[in-house]
Design a protein around this ligand. Structure first.
Ligand SMILES: Nc1ncnc2c1ncn2[C@@H]1O[C@H](COP(=O)(O)OP(=O)(O)OP(=O)(O)O)[C@@H](O)[C@H]1O
Length: 301
């Protein structure tokens, strides 16, 4: 097995024009670790993955892949180290599944842009990994949303990188295939020592499958640690803005959430993350299922 590669995000600030998004993010993903990134819509999760994949450059701070600053790597070098499954991709008219998955080999192309013969087994393996080899000759356009999502995962795997960044890999998938894809990712991590960061909206999946959860709120890391430590009623309230209870799976021991109600938005924050015009976090409804204040808002080691 090739050596696993870690990711270090150090003091990263990033904004799109007129829109600050990440405001001092530090995150370390150890080699071979499976981390879930959670947070509300728009808090900066995809942006963080794009920075880690070298598609964006931090305004401040840096992202290291296996010790190398991503901003200094060439496109091809980056593509050999890290694969990103984008949240959504445009349809590709007239392209077969095999052809699309072969696109994942672009960083391995020879001088004339041709794929080397040695790439074919990698493409076949990627198709097999996610169980889509039977569709190899079908048009991608003619697949359902869930089928296409699995094909796109195969394309990311065809890049054959040590680091895999998955932006909502279970989107469009039925429950069977959600579990299938997540278990495939866990298996590949174990077998190939892949380092995986995946954005998940389903906290139940994050709590069960990830070794670590990093929770973002408004472009900052609010909690970072193993699911058993991080997933609390306070996390549900402070990060996902829902009240709810947290129990334990009787067999597996991982946290199980029982979300209850959406909570009102907290007051806006200033540059330093302090509430503007109000003292402290929003009032939370009391009663059955009401969250208790815990230290989930604090960063875990
Ligand atoms: N290309 C862009 N140009 C300008 N603003 C952008 C761009 N991409 C994203 N944003 C904004 O940056 C913020 C963070 O977006 P990002 O996609 O990282 O959020 P996210 O946490 O992944 O959200 P979601 O859960 O909805 O996918 C959002 O407010 C979004 O509107």
């Amino acid at each position: 097995m090739t050596e696993s590669v870690g990711i270090h995000v150090e003091g990263v600030h990033f904004g799109y024009p007129a829109r600050p998004v990440l405001r001092g993010v530090d995150m370390t993903v150890r080699p071979g670790e499976l981390t879930a990134l959670i947070g509300l819509n728009g808090c900066g999760k995809s942006t963080l993955l794009r920075l880690a994949a070298g598609l964006l450059t931090p305004d401040e701070g840096r992202v290291l892949l296996g010790g190398d600053d991503v901003a200094r790597l060439s496109r091809r070098d980056t593509a050999r180290r890290v694969a990103l499954l984008h949240q959504a991709a445009p349809a590709v008219p007239g392209m077969t599944v095999r052809h699309l998955v072969r696109q994942g080999r672009y960083a391995a192309r020879g001088p004339l842009g041709m794929l080397r013969e040695a790439d074919d087994p990698v493409v076949r393996r990627a198709l097999r990994d996610v169980g889509v080899e039977q569709w190899a000759d079908r048009d991608v356009d003619a697949l359902s949303g869930g089928e296409r999502q699995r094909v796109r995962l195969a394309m990311a795997l065809a890049q054959d990188t040590r680091v895999l960044l998955l932006d909502e890999p279970t989107t469009y998938l039925d429950l069977h295939h959600q579990l299938d894809v997540l278990q495939t990712v866990v298996r590949l991590r174990e077998e190939r020592g892949l380092t995986v960061v995946m954005v998940l909206h389903d906290l139940a999946h994050a709590a069960r499958f990830a070794e670590r959860i990093v929770a973002l709120r408004d472009g900052r890391v609010l909690a970072d640690g193993p699911p058993k430590e991080v997933v609390t009623p306070g996390l549900l309230a402070d990060v996902l803005r829902v009240s709810g209870r947290v129990g334990r799976d009787p067999e597996g021991g991982w946290p199980v959430c029982y979300p209850d109600h959406p909570l009102p938005a907290p007051p806006p924050e200033d540059e330093n993350g302090s509430p503007v015009g109000a003292a402290g976090l929003p009032d939370v409804p009391r009663g059955r299922g009401a969250p208790e204040r815990t230290d989930a808002g604090l960063r875990h080691a």
